[in-house]
Design a protein around this ligand. Structure first.
Ligand SMILES: NC(=O)c1ccc[n+]([C@@H]2O[C@H](COP(=O)([O-])OP(=O)(O)OC[C@H]3O[C@@H](n4cnc5c(N)ncnc54)[C@H](OP(=O)(O)O)[C@@H]3O)[C@@H](O)[C@H]2O)c1
Length: 320
């Protein structure tokens, strides 16, 4: 099969398009013919400095497509079925093997391109808001990096749950585009101070919950933006900065900081069923899956470079 591979970590230019051996089907797994690869923020970070567990390494968490092989121990999936899949690596390819537990059937008529985006971005946003963030209707949420894959999912799910939604982004144009998805107030962090803006927009109370996938100095701003009993769901390090923060404001305000890692619970019934529910809701049009651009798989390097140029709002896909 063809795949986008690399032999060393680095900039998008390390990606090349090559012939590699087909993946093997595990007895408890399936192999799919990939129709769409959703490039995750974690894929660009892994390419930059993640472990190369295969050589050459095929990076990538998420892809959707048609099942072409089913492991002998798998009873709930069949050849010909369309599924959205997640795995530790291997999405940037024509074929990918995953455990059956991280393959979710796509409802009839729902575009696999849209389904490919849902498990990690929406599953993570949902956990940040509800399981770990304990969001209630009427509360105010701040979504850091609102134009990111996790960010747009969080904005839509928070709005649907009856929250007031604030978000940050690196330009006014990006914030403007987020209004369609439920953003109430945008903060351009390049031109305004985030904590000061949050305090102005909340009558100096602060926000009840922050979804922070950026980390570093942004995470410090998230902590300082919290209301009494406010919570931060700390879920990523897109800013590529050290995670050193001052937590001295937390205790006095009964505030909390929760780390969120979807991968740690993705094979549990709770998360597995949650992701299937989100796929079914997206198929019914209950929220929008935002795709910014698609590239052919052979142009994975260009697609990664485009994402890192910070122009994308929502997901960038690769099509084999
Ligand atoms: N823990 C988990 O379970 C989990 C699950 C999913 C994702 N994540 C993590 O969450 C983070 C975001 O993932 P994603 O898929 O939403 O990412 P994404 O769609 O690629 O978006 C990342 C966003 O971060 C912002 N950003 C801020 N500083 C940046 C920098 N120095 N370089 C690049 N972007 C920067 C950019 O928006 P602006 O230009 O508007 O600032 C960019 O759009 C990643 O670190 C990922 O690994 C964790």
């Amino acid at each position: 099969m063809k795949a986008a591979v690399y032999y060393e970590n680095g900039d998008p230019g390390v990606l090349s398009y090559e012939e590699v051996p087909d993946p093997n089907c595990h007895p408890k797994g399936v192999v799919i013919r990939v129709e769409a690869v959703s490039i995750e923020g974690g894929d660009t970070l892994n390419r930059w400095r993640g472990a190369l567990v295969t050589r050459p390494h095929v990076v990538g968490y998420q892809a959707a497509g048609e099942i072409v092989e089913v492991g002998v121990e798998v009873t709930n999936l069949r050849v010909g079925q369309k599924v959205a899949t997640t795995g530790a690596f291997g999405s940037h390819a024509e074929l990918r093997a995953v455990p059956a537990r991280t393959a979710w059937p796509i409802p009839e008529g729902f575009d696999p391109k849209l389904a490919s985006v849902i498990p990690v971005a929406f599953g993570t946003a949902d956990d940040c808001l509800f399981e770990f963030g304990r969001l209630k209707a009427g509360e105010t949420v701040l979504v850091q990096a609102g134009a990111s894959g996790v960010g747009i999912a969080a904005i839509q799910l928070a709005k649907r749950a009856g929250a007031r939604v604030l978000a940050t982004a690196s330009s006014d144009e990006r914030l403007e585009r987020l209004k369609t998805y439920g953003l109430d107030e945008g903060i351009n962090y390049r031109t305004s101070d985030v904590v000061e803006s949050v305090m102005r927009l909340t009558n100096r109370k602060g926000v009840d919950l922050v979804v922070d996938s950026v980390g570093g100095s942004t995470l410090q701003g998230s902590i300082l933006s919290l209301a009494y009993r406010g919570r931060v769901s700390m879920v990523g390090a897109a800013g590529r900065e050290p995670m050193t923060v001052d937590v001295s404001s937390m205790m006095g305000g009964n505030r909390s900081l929760s780390g969120v890692f979807l991968g740690a619970e993705i094979t549990t019934d709770r998360v597995h069923n949650n992701i299937q529910r989100l796929i079914d809701e997206a198929a019914r049009g209950e929220f929008e899956v935002v795709i910014d651009r698609t590239f052919p798989l052979s142009q994975a390097a260009e697609a990664h470079a485009y994402i890192e140029s910070r122009q994308a709002v929502g997901r960038v896909l690769l099509i084999p």
